[in-house]
Design a protein around this ligand. Structure first.
Ligand code: NAD
Ligand code: MG
Length: 378
């Protein structure tokens, strides 16, 4: 199996390398990409010896060369597409963060590469293009997101028509029990302290606002071909049940495990099959109780905004995603407050005229509108 890892220096990227190192010795890593942290990228290049390596620009390429790497170095947007479509590759791990992930996802599918997809933003913005294209070309899009991996695992041996509803679990994030007044004052440092998962900064903030669950709702609708009314969101603070599927006979399947992203990564790389690992096991006797709560859309308005975007569809999810990505960046730099993120998205919704999604250009236009909108507001 030949693998390309896009976003190899990030949280999912480095855990993917760990999975390959410890569980998939026969796999070959042919392609690695990294945006920053060139020294970490260089160490992975020395260890995995890929033929192609991508960095954003010439300066980063020069920095990489200082580490005496032996590989072809690509740069720029085109270079990322070359990485996603490189002929020897069987499977592309898309662990890029944000809207930059969509181009490579579409290009990889067009080149008939199976995808292990962590970049949920691809499906949020262009699920209506990705899923039909993947079906038409016989490409597998296997989610890395733990909830969606759980749903896929629960679906094994069942037909899609037997699904009554999908139950997407959410940890609730670091502010689950905080009153609105306290959340209002939250800093980026507070929001970055996630109770159960260590992840990249963008998704950690999305988890604190519950936008992550909103993005995952849209991701689940596309991946499993379900209307929004069939996807329930349930806060489960222990993050042991990663999601559930309820079937037409009333039976519910749940997928459980320790909160360890290496498990869904391994499942995706193995093409939704089981490969042995020696990762830590669940100990049910010492596990705390498994509890459930309804999400609170008043304290976490991003969830309601994502539901609205999912209902309207078209280019609205792309606008939401782009405004959110920008606003999260601002929040991380302490330039706006916590509820500034949802306020900006709500304001964007009020001024945007939704279009149909027929091509990548439609998404790009919507994202360009979003960037103009946020910059005009500054
Ligand atoms: P991260 O920030 O840790 O890593 C992102 C990677 O993308 C890095 O390799 C970075 O160098 C690269 N990158 C960033 N900006 C780029 C750009 N403009 N061009 C090219 N490359 C760029 O993020 P992460 O937490 O690993 O998340 C990656 C994706 O996986 C996100 O879509 C996230 O929602 C999803 N995801 C992450 C987790 C998790 O546990 N981290 C869980 C589920 C889903
Ligand atoms: Mg998730």
């Amino acid at each position: 199996m030949n693998i390309a890892i896009l976003g190899a220096t990030g949280s999912i990227g480095t855990q993917t390398l760990d999975v390959i190192r410890s569980c998939l010795p026969q796999a070959r890593v042919n392609v690695l990409t990294g945006y920053g942290n060139i020294s970490a990228l260089a160490a992975s290049v020395h260890e995995f010896k890929p033929e192609l390596v991508w960095v954003p620009d010439g300066a980063a390429a020069d920095e990489l060369l200082e580490y005496q790497v032996e590989c072809e170095i690509l740069t720029g947007e085109e270079g990322l597409i070359t990485c996603a479509t490189y002929d020897p590759i069987d499977i592309v791990v898309n662990a890029l963060v944000g809207k930059v992930g969509l181009g490579p996802t579409l290009a990889a599918i067009e080149a008939k590469k199976d995808i292990a997809l962590a970049n949920k933003e691809s499906l949020v913005t262009a699920g209506s293009m990705i899923m039909p294209l993947a079906r038409e070309l016989g490409v597998r899009v296997v989610p890395i997101d733990s909830e969606h991996s759980a749903i896929l695992q629960c679906m094994q041996g069942n037909t899609a028509s037997a699904v009554e509803k999908v139950i997407l679990t959410a940890s609730g994030g670091p502010f689950r029990l905080h009153p609105k007044k306290q959340i209002q004052m939250a800093t980026a440092a507070d929001a970055l302290r996630h109770p159960n998962w260590a992840m990249g900064p963008k998704i950690t903030i999305d988890s604190a606002t519950l936008m992550n669950k909103g993005l995952e709702l849209i991701e689940a609708m596309w991946l499993f071909d379900q209307p929004m009314s069939n996807v329930e969101i349930l806060v489960h603070p222990q993050s042991i049940i990663h999601s559930m599927v309820q079937f037409c006979d009333g039976s519910v399947m749940a997928q459980m495990g320790l909160p360890d992203m290496r498990l869904p990564i391994l499942y995706a790389l193995a093409g939704a099959t089981r490969v042995a690992s020696d990762y830590p096991r669940m100990d049910f006797l010492s596990a705390k109780a498994l509890t459930f709560e309804a999400p609170d859309e008043d304290r976490f308005p991003c969830l309601a905004l994502a539901k609205y975007a999912a209902t309207i569809g078209g280019t609205l999810p792309a606008v939401m995603n782009a405004v959110n990505e920008w606003a999260v960046g601002q929040f991380l730099q302490d330039k706006i407050d916590f509820y500034g993120i949802s306020a900006l998205i709500a304001e964007a919704f009020g001024s945007y005229t939704v279009q149909d999604v027929k091509s990548l250009a439609d998404i790009r236009k919507a994202e360009a509108w979003a960037m103009e909108f946020v910059h005009a507001r500054k």
